[in-house]
Ligand binder design. Sequence first.
Ligand SMILES: [Zn+2]
Length: 71
Amino acid sequence: MSKATLLCPSCKKVVPMEAAVRPPAFPFCSDRCKLSDLGRWFEEDYALPQPLGPDDHEAIEEVIRARQGDS
Ligand SMILES: [Zn+2]
């Protein structure tokens, strides 16, 4: 396992970690993977049995803003 790369959490493609070459959507390989992964997390979050905390609401609002801003 190389310490200079990691796998995109969404598509498992190798993503470079070095600052000079890492993609803007790091740790994802692309904006598409970043939004797709956050969207999946967002949907799954509805199924959690415990109530959301203030931090969760902030994170969800960030996801919503990011998804609206992309289109
Ligand atoms: Zn990817």
